[in-house]
Design a protein. Sequence first.
Length: 288
Amino acid sequence: METKINNLALTISEPPEKCTTMVTNEELLSPQTTKKSIPDRGQWSGPFDFIMSMIAYTVGLGNVWRFPYLCYKNGGVPIFLMEVTIGQYIQRGAMQMWKMCPVFKGVGIGNVVIAFMCISYFCVIVSWAIFYMFNSLSSTFPWETCGNWWNDEWCVDLQVKSTTLLNATDSHKTETSIEQFWERRVLKQTTTIFDFGGIQWELLLIMFFTWIIVYLALREGITKARKFVFFCAVTPYILLAVLLVRGLTLPGAFSGISFYLTPNMTKLLEPTVWKDAGTQVLSFFVDV
């Protein structure tokens, strides 16, 4: 059976032998089923809202920071398209759409679990970003100097010249003020893995605030949160544009762009390159 939905062709083959209790589309959409257990789902007001929501769903923080980092270090779309197409066809969510073949019911459950894990992961990164934003409101950035309570005698000010570092007797023990701000102020890392440390109340409150934002955005369904969807869809591109403009204005910008766009084929012989590439592919597959 072949069905065309918004110029997307979906072919549903015969169910496998294990799908002996396959639920047909007519049963999913029957009035008895709808009245019993399936509530009425909201509809998109137009194609533009749907496209913007899909952009917000597929483009995230990883596109802003993780992918460029891996490119500097090393010189799942199919399932996403299938879910969108089938979901539009039968008008059901990620959990209920797989009733068409109960043997794949775990796929819907797995998608929800993975989505929750991804939200938990990115909420931590957002809490770090908000923490940095609050600390950047001061006239002097706290990670620029070594005169703070979290710094020690091995801290090196950013304004110290490289000649001073070369003359240091124990240069291998020195740490920049940025490193110490991240490890000692933000994360408050302990000296050993056996010491778990205490709760970072500042980050905990910020993370709680981000979860409240997520709840308010999804409380009445994504189809009613148009402004939030537009914000999530446009913000990553604004950030990328700001980073591009900032990068082009820095000294040696074109050298960096040339390094970014010129592949180093010898890196393909290193196992870490393939590990990071596989991690990026799986991360993108899970995110979408």
